[in-house]
Design a protein around this ligand. Structure first.
Ligand code: GTR
Length: 330
């Protein structure tokens, strides 16, 4: 049989390419990551730089892709998907983590931290490690803590000057019973729903308001439909850069080291970007028509939260000591 030479060469080349592809696909890994935010948001920039650094430092053996704008699902679902390894990583707020990892509910207690700075001291130290250990037992490896500022209330009816001003207002909250209790304690009606549905619900009157930090208030254009922003600063909730434990355990120690370092660099970057983004978001909101009501004395709001704490300690008596430990950190 006569086989034309070019054909022979092509076949050999195809076989070589196939072998190469088979070899690299046997080692190369592609990770998918969840992100609720849009391109340009501090968290997105840090996550994308994290992904890029890992790809470069592993010479493409581990490539990461960040899916923005919650296209892979709402946050509670994404946490589940990452826990079971269907997704590989994500930037999660610790609020919706509460139903999965009970100790993290402590971070959703209103006014548990005295300032954002104190929150960092807590999360970067021994107590933060306790939270990370508990989260890891539920399938997520925490590699770094991101900033999320302080959350305040906003609505389209009137400024909130005292807890009584919340009475009767329909307020969107994140997915955690503690936030329902928090709004109940001020006489409002809490409605848990995904972040992406707030704008529409405010325009149709399903909601009167919500609560969040300045960057998210601006990112989702909420100042256009809920212009009264009052600085209740009731929640300071950290966020994590978390990896699916299944994906993490499948890495060799050297690659784990690369991913860990890239996540720490992302933490530094995110916190720097966050500080700038918060100021800018506030200015943008004001330019867009937001009316900021600066609350000088938060004591009446803190006092109004007593029933929330009482109910919480009844449900989780062991967690009272964690609250006390947090409050002892300066
Ligand atoms: C943002 C946070 C998101 C999400 C959102 C919300 O500030 O970064 O992860 O939790 O709030 O309210 O749903």
């Amino acid at each position: 049989m006569i086989i034309a030479k070019p054909l022979l060469r092509t076949t050999a080349l195809a076989a070589a390419v196939f072998c190469l592809a088979a070899t690299s696909s046997a080692f190369a890994k592609n990770w998918r990551g969840w992100n609720i935010h849009a391109p340009g948001y501090a968290n997105t920039v840090a996550l994308e730089d994290f992904a890029k650094a890992v790809g470069e430092k592993t010479n493409g053996e581990l490539t990461l892709k960040v899916y923005n704008n919650a296209v892979l699902g709402d946050q509670p679902d994404a946490i589940e998907q990452t826990r079971n390894g269907a997704l590989d990583f994500g930037n999660f707020n610790l609020g919706p983590m509460g139903p999965v990892v009970p100790i993290t509910n402590v971070l959703s207690l209103p006014f548990v931290f005295s300032s954002e700075e104190q929150m960092h001291h807590v999360m970067d130290g021994k107590i933060g490690k306790e939270f990370a250990d508990a989260i890891e037992k539920k399938g997520l490896v925490v590699l770094s803590w991101f900033d999320s500022g302080a959350r305040s209330m906003f609505n389209d009816k009137h400024p909130i000057k005292a807890p009584a001003d919340v009475k009767g207002l329909k307020i969107r909250v994140m997915d955690n019973q503690l936030y329902v209790d928090m709004i109940d304690a001020m006489g409002g009606n809490a409605t848990p729903m995904p972040m992406g549905s707030i704008y529409q619900s405010l325009t149709t009157g399903v909601l009167d308001g919500a609560e969040n930090n300045y960057p998210s208030y601006t990112e989702f254009n909420l100042y256009q439909v809920a212009k009264y922003y009052s600085t209740t600063d009731h929640l300071i909730i950290p966020e994590c850069l978390c990896i699916a434990k299944k994906s993490w355990d499948a890495l060799d120690p050297k690659t784990q080291g690369i991913v860990r370092q890239a996540a720490l660099d992302a933490q530094t970057e995110q916190r720097e970007l966050w500080a700038k983004a918060s100021d800018k978001a506030k200015q943008d909101a004001v330019k867009g028509g937001a009316k900021i009501n600066e609350i000088k004395d938060l004591t009446p709001f803190q006092d109004a939260m007593k029933p929330v704490y009482a109910k919480f300690y009844k449900k989780f008596p062991d967690l009272q000591k964690v609250v006390e430990e947090i409050r002892a950190v300066k």
